[in-house]
Ligand binder design. Structure first.
Ligand code: EPZ
Length: 425
């Protein structure tokens, strides 16, 4: 039985109204890992109910973490009991969101076992930088029967330089250093808001992590961490996606629940195309799309540059710009997965390696298309909102990984999006 689902979209209508985005997916995943390092009861507010989180919770529960409650966006975990430092890939879930379990388990148990973290649809997703940094802190790694086994009888604080400011590697090093003896300095660390969200929680739990401008972070290891409660930051990528949904449909709407400082690159790029974007207070933006908006060029970079996680959605938006746009995807090696489906809707895109040239067209045609990954699926939904007529986006489980009830949020803005079982589509 094909239990997959699709979004049925009646496109061609401008979006209007106000909507609040959920808590950041890329915060809550490392925060759940951090709960293991805390060995106490922790509570998170503003937590999005997304399938990547559900899968991670199922995983950590098998390791011994108790899920005390998860409702109304509030998640309470209890890791006071024994935790088995072995991650079993029981549900075949892509282990992407679990990489920070390594740092948390090394901090707490001084050992960790993970099945190979394998790639995913957007790239090989290696963890060489994680391993190099944790090795520098005294961890011995070996691969055994497809498992990566890390042993660190005594994690030692040291200076660690990251060859690339990897988000996951930074988070793993901060988690390990928080409970390592001595002072660790992480140079060339990732500066994404979700890294700072993790640090904010860890410091509430008794860690001593401070940013060291302009290099990265200094961590003074402590003996143990204690329970804390923390409100997750708004999801800047969901906010970006909703902003582009308003812009591509030439609507006008307010997106709340996001810190404008986390989306300046998106605001700048939408303004370059002629869209009007106003910041309201410290947690909302108002977007007004314009007809005949201009093309622009985008290069994805680490924060505060334009986020790779909003690149496919920006590509969908630029398919209807006046003129040619150039997108350079400099973070992942395979993040143009939505192009073939966008072309089936009439988009004109030429790709050479990491560069896509988008020739703006006057309109997209509604069609039945297939989501192949999380953000590519979001891009197809935006295209469906812009194309007059009825578009079906299949395999919406990809989108459910990182967006909570996206159809309900879009419906709040007047979009006609319904979730159907694939059999009906
Ligand atoms: C995090 O992934 C996010 N996921 C990704 O979001 C996001 O795209 C990415 O950061 C970049 O911002 C979570 O936070 C759960 P990286 P992460 O390590 O930590 C290479 C989404 O759509 N690299 O910064 O895996 C890597 O291959 C997801 O929400 C190495 O070569 O990203 C990639 O090309 C997708 N060796 C680049 O660095 C390493 O050891 C960025 O990876 C680690 C990374």
């Amino acid at each position: 039985m094909n239990t997959d689902q699709s979004f049925l979209i009646e496109g061609g209508m401008p979006l209007h109204g106000t909507v609040r985005c959920s808590g950041a997916k890329n915060s809550i995943l490392p925060l759940v890992a951090a709960a293991i390092a805390v060995r106490d009861v922790v509570t998170f507010q503003n937590v999005a109910d997304i399938s990547d989180l559900r899968s991670l919770l199922a995983l950590v529960e098998t390791m011994g973490v108790k899920i005390v409650s998860f409702e109304g966006g509030e998640l309470t975990l209890d890791s006071r009991g024994p935790v088995e430092p072995r991650v079993e890939n029981t549900n075949g879930y892509s282990l992407r969101g679990t990489q920070t379990l390594v740092g948390a388990l090394l901090a707490r148990e001084r050992r960790a076992m993970l099945p190979s973290l394998g790639g995913c649809s957007i790239g090989a997703r290696p963890i060489d930088l994680h391993i190099k940094g944790l090795r520098a802190m005294g961890t011995h790694f070996e691969w055994k029967e497809g498992y990566l086994i890390g042993q660190a009888p005594s994690l030692k604080a040291c200076d660690v330089y990251l060859d690339f400011p990897s988000v996951g590697a930074t988070e793993n090093l901060l988690l390990a250093a928080a409970l390592a003896e001595g002072t660790t300095r992480v140079f060339n660390a990732a500066q994404e808001p979700e890294v700072y969200d993790l640090i904010s929680f860890l410091n509430k739990a008794g860690a001593r992590i401070v940013p060291v401008f302009p290099f990265g972070f200094r961590v003074e290891g402590v003996g143990e961490l204690h329970g804390a409660s923390h409100r997750v930051i708004g999801d800047r990528i969901e906010a970006s996606t909703l902003m582009m949904a308003v812009a591509i449909t030439q609507g006008e709407a307010r997106i709340a629940g996001v810190d404008a400082r986390h989306i300046w690159s998106i605001i700048a790029k939408l303004r370059e195309t002629g869209a009007v974007v106003e910041v309201e207070g410290d947690d909302a933006v108002i977007v007004k799309g314009v007809t005949g908006y201009r093309s622009t060029d985008v290069r994805t970079l680490t924060f505060p540059g334009f986020p790779t996680d909003a690149q496919p959605q920006m590509m969908a938006y630029l398919t209807l710009a006046k003129g040619n746009s150039v997108i350079v995807e400099s973070i992942f090696e395979n993040r143009f997965g939505a192009i073939l489906e966008l072309e089936r809707m009439g988009a004109r895109i030429k790709v050479t390696e990491e560069t896509a040239i988008i020739e703006g067209v006057d309109a997209l045609n509604s069609a039945t298309v297939q989501a192949k990954d999380l953000r590519g699926g979001a891009a197809l939904i935006l295209a469906g909102l812009a194309a007059a007529g009825s578009t079906t986006v299949k395999s919406i489980h990809h989108v459910d990984r990182g967006y909570e009830a996206l159809e309900a949020k879009l419906a709040q803005l007047g979009a006609r999006v319904t979730r159907v079982n694939q059999m009906e589509a």
